[in-house]
Design a protein around this ligand. Sequence first.
Ligand code: GLV
Ligand code: MN
Ligand code: MN
Length: 395
Amino acid sequence: MPDDFERMWGDLAPVGRSASSGGYFRQPFTSPERELHAWFGEQCTARGLRIESDDFGNVVGWWDIRSDDPAVLTGSHLDSVLDGGAYDGPLGVVSALAAIDLMRARGVVPSRSLGVSVFVEEEGSRFGLACLGSRLAAGAISWDVARSLTDRDGVALGDVVAGGTSSLLAGVGTFVELHVEQGRDLVDRGTAIGVASEIWPHGRYRFDFTGAANHAGTTRMEDRADPMLTYALTVLAANEQARLAGHRATFGRVSVEPNGTNAVPSKVTGWLDARCATDAGLAELVAAIERQAAERTEVDGTSLRLTAESVSGSVAFDPALAAAVAADHEGGDWPIIATQAGHDAGILSAAGIPTAMLFVRNPTGISHSPDEHASIADCLVGVSALADTLERLTR
Ligand code: GLV
Ligand code: MN
Ligand code: MN
């Protein structure tokens, strides 16, 4: 059924694509992302899958089977980071639909219900909290807290979605997410498919640096309280700390007030994304960066307030499930590899649902960028790998 995958991929290609960069802007509850959700509904209907939505905007298309056995769920997300790639998220959704087509073409009838899920706001690109939809569905965050999260224009989540409850995961016994690989591990190993062992702990931290606005020309250098300096030194400190210890630290978002060329800024806010192999390592990394930032405020005459906006602990995927998914394939077992990226699969795993992830090779190794890629040939290997996995799990 290669045509199914390519036809669906072609349907999605223009939606939310920037004419200048070629990247995607599919922020949750904006029109491109809503268009993708409508498309998903049509695809489910065309396949006779029963659509179930929750109060948060998450959706599952169910292949219902009369059985008391817990259901198997597979899927991913359709939202993107700002100017993101085509594959992060949509590859898992399109592959899930194509895997169902392939199973049906093989004459497979599952012995338990099988669902294709789409979770909203996986990237946290609009409301700041990654995996927001799956956290809400799993009860990992309450609606009372989530409803007041705001986007950059001050619009609250509670203003764009009704909120309430979710029973999407009630009868789910296993979750499988297929995802484009976001590094070069599979390229280096020369294999198209990998299986996830774990997700590194990671978090997002807001650093608010406050100083004093003043004239860029008339204020002597020694008379300034410039938060941009404190911010700049903190960025360098974060980079150095992470490099020395083999962690990850990134300031990828910054806002400056009043943001004028000829004024010393009054405030700089930078968001740190930090990731480590262990929970303790993550806490130490952030504490070390905070310490260096605080020391620098003394030099600059500025002040710092640090807020942990979200921290996701270490996730170890079910090892027996990973081993079973990885074993016995033509050409040998698939490698079992760790990832530093967050996923809805991590949230469901932490909620106690046995979960597995399949990765599809990304020849550029680049992700969260328009250069993210996977060849059609590898995507089709991924569809077949997912169909094999779902067949095993629903037997
Ligand atoms: C999501 O892709 C993340 O790792 O931030
Ligand atoms: Mn993703
Ligand atoms: Mn992502």
